[in-house]
Design a protein around this ligand. Sequence first.
Ligand code: NDP
Length: 232
Amino acid sequence: MNTVLITGANRGIGLEFATQYAADGWQVVACCRQPQQAMALNQLAEQYKDHFSIYQLDVRELAEIDQLSQKLHDLSIDVLINNAGVYPPAQNGEFGHINYDDWMEAFRVNTFAPLRMAEALVKQVARSKLKVIATITSKMASIDDNQRGGSYIYRSSKTAVNMVVKSLAIDLQPRGIISVLLHPGWVQTDMGGRGALITAKQSVTGMKGILDKITHTDTGKFLAYDGQHIPW
Ligand code: NDP
């Protein structure tokens, strides 16, 4: 049985990943900050008793990531999905109004955590069959695509994680690990808002399709949910 570990699995895109992988019969390790309040996740754990588990994890807390790794010491993780992310209140990320505490918070969640997850869980990924680390980034991270300016905090935290993942792809290649960046599209979640273009189901179906077919030639790529390459 293949195993997927997902951060921020209690709502939005993370919850949809958990739902789809569980339905496919994968062993799902769903991480979230407050398991007791994660109603939808608890329902999935009830429905898929034999292959679904929930772990408490605030990805800002590096020690918690290390503790999780110890708890999952003997596991093989085929696909590690760094999904948890934050988008600070829009007005706090604009020129002249930058909230630097929010910026640090965004870096902790969007940038530091994916690397720490990889550092802490590399052995579990390396011993698995598929050996994939997928980090959910954003087209807003693309320097080439930035025609509108603004969103300093979110953009920079995701651009930085893109570089992290590119280095991971190179550093972990000798261990057979594939490291990719996925842009989910503009998705109807709490973050994306109601006016977003696609549902979480459409987004995750697309990203899962990419992950299902991924090969070593894809390591280090920045891909959208529909398979398009996004310029750096
Ligand atoms: P949501 O805001 O709907 O969900 C964010 C998830 O991240 C929640 O589960 C949240 O948990 C979790 N999270 C936030 N901070 C932490 C933390 N410190 N520790 C653990 N979990 C945390 O966002 P989406 O589902 O839309 O976004 C998922 C990913 O996709 C993010 O990385 C986002 O940047 C990216 N993305 C989304 C787009 C969109 O249009 N929606 C577009 C491009 C990228 P909690 O409930 O505890 O807050």
